[in-house]
Design a protein around this ligand. Structure first.
Ligand code: MLT
Length: 313
């Protein structure tokens, strides 16, 4: 191998598009980013480190690097990358902020419908060779009020899609103007009002000190009885114990949850609660989103290695 080529260390399973877009100008190496000793050893020779969600890129990782110039995360947000530690080490951090936004919005819609029609539970009965037709009775979305918490790129895509079901749309987002929301056919309200009015709520927020635990026992108690809650954004935005309790009591009619306060996880208060549908952080897991994420991070990585300005997608 030509040792003069920059080394790009891929620490998680990324789409094949990443290799095509990286091209022959770099040497690609692979490591399992969750195998800490292996990662720390491999990163010593890396010029670029590519991750998805499972690799914790923190001060310990930067301390093990010698010539790292860029960390690229194949997704929206930078949750598993410690940006201040990167900056302190002169390492650029890039991501793929629009790669999977449609997939995330579609997954939220899928979770909402799965909960409204109890599809996973009904499926399970047939797997057990039981025909329990009378056990399952759903609710229509038509004519209901859907509350979108967080009206950024994904929240807007979710709203546009769910609008086709004939719902009234309300949203809470302190950073969006009422005029902008009105252009989208959405009434902007306070979180309190959204909780009082919505028959279904979908959360589309980043995880920040402000948003962590935004929906807790107090908020759930203020919500409309029987409300359906969807979170395909970030774990920890909703208090998991409180949500599980509220569903068991019937205050919350059901929930569709794709993200957890700790990930990966095989234990959660939200598992095995009738009415709660769970998926293991699959919002971005589509052929199209992964393809885009691979291409986007590869392009940004090449630019960063060339010392060029990386445009925000
Ligand atoms: C994201 O931040 O875009 C997703 O969580 C990425 C992923 O699923 O790995």
């Amino acid at each position: 191998t030509n040792t003069s080529r920059p080394v790009v260390l891929i620490a998680e399973k990324l789409a094949p598009s990443v290799l095509d877009a990286l091209g022959d100008g770099v040497e690609v190496r692979h490591v399992d980013g969750t195998d800490r000793p292996a990662l720390l050893e491999a990163v010593a020779d890396a010029d670029a480190l590519l991750v998805r969600s499972a690799t914790q890129v923190n001060a310990e990782v930067f301390a093990a690097t010698r010539k790292l110039k860029v960390v690229a995360r194949a997704g929206v947000g930078l949750d598993n990358v410690e940006v201040p530690a990167a900056t302190a080490n002169g390492v650029m951090v890039v991501n793929a902020p629009t790669s999977n936004i449609v997939s995330a919005a579609e997954h939220a819609v899928a979770l909402l419908l799965s909960v409204a029609r109890q599809i996973p539970a009904a499926h399970e009965t047939l797997q057990n060779h039981e025909w329990k037709r009378s056990k399952f009775n759903g609710v229509e979305l038509n004519g209901k009020t859907v509350g979108v918490v967080g009206l950024g790129k994904i929240g807007q895509l979710f709203a546009q899609r769910i609008a086709a079901f004939g719902v009234e749309l309300i949203a809470y987002d302190p950073y969006v103007s009422a005029q902008r929301a009105a252009q989208l056919g959405i009434e902007l309200v306070t979180l309190e009002e959204l909780l009082e009015r919505a028959d279904a709520i979908s959360i589309h927020l980043p995880k920040t000190p402000e948003t962590k635990g935004l929906i807790g026992a107090e908020q759930l108690a203020k919500a409309k009885r029987g409300v359906i809650i969807v979170n395909a954004a970030r774990g920890g935005l909703i208090d998991e114990e409180a949500l599980a309790e509220a569903v068991k009591e019937g205050q919350v009619g059901g929930a569709g949850i794709d993200v957890f306060s700790t990930e990966p996880t095989t234990e959660s208060p939200l598992f095995n609660v009738p009415g709660i549908v769970v998926t293991p952080h699959l919002g971005a897991s589509t052929a199209e989103a992964q393809d885009r994420a691979g291409t986007d991070v590869a392009k940004s990585t090449i630019l960063a290695l060339a010392g060029e300005f990386v445009p925000d997608a």
